[in-house]
Each structure stands twice: as C-alpha cells, then as structure tokens.
Ligand binder design. Structure first.
Ligand code: FE2
Ligand code: FE2
Length: 181
C-alpha cells in the first residue's frame, strides 16, 4: 500500500504522533500512538470485508470473486482509504488536550493536507475525512459506513480485559471485554 506507507513517513504524521505521545505520557487510560491507529485500521478493514460478505447479495458487483475489489466497488472504499482513515483518525488528539476542540474534527482538518501530499484523490479524501470526523459518534448514528467502521474498530482495538485502569475509565463496560472481530 504505497500511499499508506507515505502517510506513515509524512512529516506531519510523525509530528502529530509525537505530540500525542508527549501529551499522553502520564495518561493511565488508552493512549493514541501509531500502534492504536494501525490496530483501528486493520480492524476497520476486517469489519468492512465481513460486512461486504454479509451484504453482497444486495450490492452491485462486477462478477469478480475478489472480496477486496468488490468491497471497493460496492462501498467506494479501497483498502488504502480504509487504512488511511484508521491510521489518521486520532491524529488531532493533541489539539483536544491543548484547546478542548473535538479531536475528531481537528483530526479531519489535519488529515486532509497529509492525504493530498500522499496522492489520495479529492473523492477519496472526502470519504476519509468524513469518516475521521464521525469516529466518535455512536456507530449506528454515523452518516458514512467508514465512520461506522472506525467507531466500532476504535472500541474493538482496546484491550479492556487486561487493563488496570478500567474501574475508572469512562469508556469501559463489561461488553468491551467481548472479542467481536
Ligand atoms: Fe478518537
Ligand atoms: Fe481511537
């Protein structure tokens, strides 16, 4: 995935990831480093592949059996766009620590120039930025399937079962310990 690799080496991505790291040095709950972004990217992609397989009978297709190709044709989301969204979804977290701006909105704003530099098209950028901006919504209230995938993957990427801070975590529920994907 050459464009995704370019994101990981982009100077702004590296800068914002470092800012998140510095801001979360003493955080006892989940942190938002590059490992979290990659975990969310992988889980969101798996979720969308599984969803496509469940939905495929009602979706348009071209006759190919390759799920990743038909996923792109059916939802307009290529693997690189899904990974880009996952990797970048929390890139604005440090902004929220600095001035309380919702990090989903800050992240959407900060992601766009990175995506442009890395070769994503306007149409791809629109979908990725919308998905990032919706990643904190309840998964059944997003307007985009990518936003829904990110919102679900964001929870599923957490290892709540072995977390020593779950007793006081606002995110934690017993259901968060269930492995779903
Ligand atoms: Fe987030
Ligand atoms: Fe996240």
């Amino acid at each position: 995935m050459p464009r995704v690799n370019r994101i990981l080496q982009h100077r702004n991505y590296e800068e914002f990831t470092e800012k998140n790291k510095q801001a979360e040095q003493k955080r006892i709950y989940c942190r938002h480093g590059s490992d979290h972004g990659l975990a969310v990217a992988r889980i969101a992609y798996l979720y969308l592949l599984e969803k496509y397989i469940e939905d495929r009978d009602s979706l348009p297709g071209t006759g190919t059996n390759k799920a990743s190709v038909r996923l792109e044709e059916s939802y307009g989301l290529g693997k690189e766009s899904i990974y880009a969204a996952g990797i970048l979804h929390d890139i604005g977290r440090w902004v929220e620590y600095e001035n309380q701006e919702d990090h989903a909105l800050a992240g959407a704003r900060l992601a766009r120039p990175i995506l442009k530099d890395c070769g994503f098209t306007e149409a791809e950028m629109e979908k990725i930025v919308l998905g990032i901006s919706e990643h904190r919504l309840p998964p059944d209230q997003t307007s985009s399937i990518l936003g829904q995938a990110l919102a679900l993957a964001d929870d599923w990427a957490r290892d709540c079962q072995s977390c020593s801070s779950k007793a006081t975590c606002y995110k934690y529920t017993k259901a968060m310990e269930d492995i779903l994907i």
